[in-house]
Design a protein around this ligand. Structure first.
Ligand code: TXA
Ligand code: MG
Length: 541
């Protein structure tokens, strides 16, 4: 079949796409999530052509795309109030809402189900094509079944040129992973597929949202999938993909020992790797990871990669969507090469890290108090004290003994002072921490937490596979600091002003524990402890 290549920038070419769609043809279109393969959602013959072009099993339902809210009502039995609230908040955008379907939606579109997922995409070209067609469009992701979804026009052409009537160029997709799929059909709202709209965004509108087990785990043999798409191996490049659950340092030292492989890594890993490597984004930039993941998987094929070691991303926020795609690309193959975890325990001062640390010790973890190590003579040897005196004055160590309060007062008075202190102390702290971690593992511990207020500044996060952040309301933190260190209100405020915002920590967290007065910390920590149980030398996933 000759495939027409159309530009999303030209009105007459969009009109042409609309005509083809009205005539029952299949057209590849851009959306903000991924490219889709569109056809008239209400025409069974047109919809069948989508399944043929994708090579997709017919029991996998399609999402119906609209460009006016008024198109929704005709597709579903009724629109309950929570669905309307979701639509108001997240449409147009990367969210698909599943409701009972109306008679008008054919079984071919719904994959034989009595329900239908509807989405109002944000991409201007998607909207223009839907309007030009004048009909709702069924559109799955435009990959050949089982392959990574295309997020660039060139990847769309690779998968679909010659298989459909036309492809519309709308540039690169800004979200990069498919829409979030939520069903409102059951008693409680349930997330079936994580995507551009995060779980906590959904919960901010709906209250608690259940997460379908298939989001995180492999479906048991014979189990019925709530979302049929979840049961297939998915998003996979031709290469074998193995997900490595480890810190940047552990990940790269493991990969560097392998032969004939590629690394699908985080940006922070790049300088540590000595194997052909592609980064799918910064460790703390889930949006970037989502945007790049699929195109990187396709690029690995172009490079002829045979075996790919992918670095485990965070599962928090949009990270849940990234992880969900990556674990399927890996066919659920996850390894924790060292059979242990180092977890960074950090957060703004006064949040109560040490209280959390005590609970972790009770759970069998080793907890290294990096502040205490910092105070140890090992770090503050005479060379270190001399360097500090040169920077902050003799008075910080009268008679050669370090006066920590005087040092803190001088160093934290300005951001330059803080940086100067860090430059002197961090390399020494790092060495001491590494030694303590080695000791804990040698003593048979499987999880070591680094209780470190300056985890990121000291570069200790590179040694951590997970980051656990403890936060508390500012007032409570202030009070705790005053009580703990016996300082005045002003001095506590002064320390605060030299500190990072809470978001600096939470943006980098795998887990956030809110330590409000009366909070049940043990309960808050339970999911963390569950996730990090190590069985047979590997993480459960
Ligand atoms: O971002 C997206 O949603 C993209 C773009 C093109 O809009 N579309 C997309 O469609 O990802 P598709 O067909 O590749 O994935 C739809 C997923 C499948 O896993 C399917 O099983 C599930 O949503 N799904 C669709 N309708 C459903 C329904 N009625 N009940 C349960 N799951 C449904
Ligand atoms: Mg798909």
């Amino acid at each position: 079949m000759d495939t027409l290549l159309l530009s999303g920038d030209h009105k007459n070419e969009i009109e042409r796409a609309g005509e083809l769609l009205r005539g029952g043809e299949v057209v590849g279109i851009p959306t903000e999530t991924v490219y889709g393969l569109a056809a008239d959602a209400l025409n069974p013959q047109a919809v069948k052509k989508i399944f043929a072009a994708k090579g997709r099993p017919a029991d996998n339902p399609l999402i119906v795309h609209i460009a006016e809210l008024s198109q929704w009502a005709a597709l579903v039995q009724k629109i309950p109030e929570p669905a309307l609230r979701l639509a108001k908040r997240f449409w147009p955008g990367p969210l698909t809402i599943i409701l009972e379907k109306s008679q008008r939606v054919p079984m071919e579109t719904s994959g034989g189900l009595s329900t239908v997922g509807v989405r109002f995409p944000a991409h201007p070209v998607a909207q223009a094509v839907i309007r030009a067609a004048g009909i709702p469009l069924a559109a799955p992701s435009a990959n050949r079944s089982g392959r990574p979804s295309p997020t660039t026009f060139s990847h769309l052409r690779e998968d679909m040129e010659g298989r459909v009537a036309a492809l519309v160029d709308g540039g690169d997709c800004s979200v990069g992973v498919e829409s979030t799929v939520i069903t409102l059909v059951g008693e409680r709202p349930k997330l079936l597929r994580p995507g551009g709209v995060t779980l906590s965004q959904l919960e901010s509108v709906l209250g608690e949202v259940e997460v379908d087990p298939a989001v995180l785990h492999r479906l048991r043999e014979g189990a019925v999938a709530a979302s049929p798409g979840m049961k297939y191996k998915h998003y996979a490049p031709k290469a074998e993909v193995i997900l490595v659950d480890a810190s940047p340092e552990e990940y790269s030292s493991y990969v560097n020992l392998q032969t004939d492989c590629h690394a699908l890594c985080l940006t922070e890993d790049l300088p540590l790797l000595r194997r052909p490597s592609l980064s799918f984004g910064g460790r703390y930039d889930g949006r970037e990871q989502a945007r790049l993941l699929f195109s990187r998987l396709s690029q690995l094929d172009e490079l002829g990669a045979k075996r790919v070691y992918a670095h485990m991303p965070s599962k928090r926020g949009i990270g849940l969507a990234v992880y969900n795609r990556l674990i399927r690309a890996a066919g659920f193959s996850v390894i924790n090469p060292q059979g242990h975890y180092v977890v960074g325990l950090t957060g703004p001062s006064g949040a109560g890290k040490s209280t959390v640390g005590e609970l972790l010790k009770k759970a069998g973890w080793a907890v290294i108090d990096c502040d205490a190590l910092t105070r140890s003579p090992q770090v503050y040897d005479s060379a270190c004290i001399a360097a500090l005196q040169a920077a902050f004055g003799k008075e910080i160590a009268p008679r050669g003994e370090l006066d920590r309060r005087e040092l803190a007062k001088r160093a934290f008075a300005s951001s330059e002072g803080k940086r100067e202190l860090e430059k002197i102390a961090f390399p020494r702290i790092l060495a001491a921490v590494r030694m303590a971690v080695e000791q804990a593992f040698a003593q048979g511990k499987q999880i070591v937490a680094l209780d470190a207020p300056t985890l990121f500044e000291a570069g200790l996060d590179a040694a951590c596979a997970r980051i656990l952040v403890v936060t508390a309301p500012r007032e409570e933190r202030l009070l705790r600091i005053r009580q703990r260190d016996g300082v005045s209100e002003e001095e506590a405020q002064l320390r605060f002003s030299a500190q990072r915002e809470e978001a600096f920590y939470t943006d980098r967290a795998d887990y956030v524990i809110e330590n409000r007065a009366k909070a049940d910390l043990a309960e808050a920590l339970a999911p963390v402890l569950r996730e990090l149980q190590i069985e047979n030398g590997g993480a459960c996933s």
